[in-house]
Write a protein that binds this ligand. Structure first.
Ligand code: MG
Ligand code: ZN
Length: 220
């Protein structure tokens, strides 16, 4: 029996909105917006932009930031059932996130365990927050992603596995191009249509369960 592997984004996918943006809106001095715009205009990489934004925040905010996210992050409907369904079917669920460990890990804690969680990490030992990049781009990616989703997929790659990518944004696009099937919303949905990728749209994780069920039937 062929296998399925699911690679799922975190911000804007598992959570309904982007946690880095929410943190910056709430805690950062106004210059974070300029950095965000430079990223959106592709003047600087995501990695450089995220690093610069967090370097605006003092390290002693750590507890406040984590509390803020735990109180405000809204999990998309059906996620627990989705995680349970995949576990029951022995389908590995890899979380691949451009978010940061200090909020990704506590938010996900009660829904796991997952096959693996890949995200950026953080150093609160200096005056300002420093972001660390344990999953940087391999030699085949030149996007300076920060947490490089296509590199992670290549590392875990297995010819027999039907790779499913779930995501919402352009930050998932390179991963989506490498996938056998994409489950998309928002900008990633538009891009998937434009590029004729094999895809379905989703609004909740109940939708994702239905898609995986269909793929699973075909593969058996
Ligand atoms: Mg996202
Ligand atoms: Zn990359």
């Amino acid at each position: 029996m062929a296998k399925i592997g699911v690679f799922c984004d975190f911000d804007g996918t598992i959570t309904e909105s982007d946690n880095i943006i929410n943190i910056m809106k709430h805690f950062a001095p106004p210059q974070w917006e300029g950095i965000k715009n430079q990223v959106l205009n592709q003047e600087i990489s995501i990695k450089e932009g995220v690093g610069k934004m967090f370097s605006l925040l003092p390290s002693n905010l750590k507890g406040d930031l984590t509390d803020f996210i735990l109180e405000n992050a809204k999990i998309r409907d059906g996620f627990q059932l989705f995680a349970d369904y995949l576990a029951q079917e022995n389908i590995p669920l890899y979380i691949v996130s451009g978010g940061i460990d200090f909020f990704v890990t506590p938010v996900l804690e009660k829904y796991g365990p997952f096959k693996a969680v890949f995200c950026n990490s953080s150093d609160f030992s200096g005056d300002k927050i420093k972001i660390l990049w344990p999953h940087s781009c391999d030699e085949k990616c030149e996007n300076n992603c920060g947490c490089c989703k296509p590199s992670i997929m290549r590392r875990l790659e297995d010819e027999d596995t039907l790779k499913v990518v779930i995501g919402d944004s352009v930050t998932d696009l390179e991963a989506a191009k490498q996938a056998d099937f994409v489950i998309a919303r928002d900008l990633l949905l538009e891009k998937s249509k434009e590029m004729n990728l094999n895809h379905n749209s989703f609004e909740t994780f109940y939708d994702c369960i239905e898609v995986i069920k269909k793929l699973n039937e075909v593969r058996v």
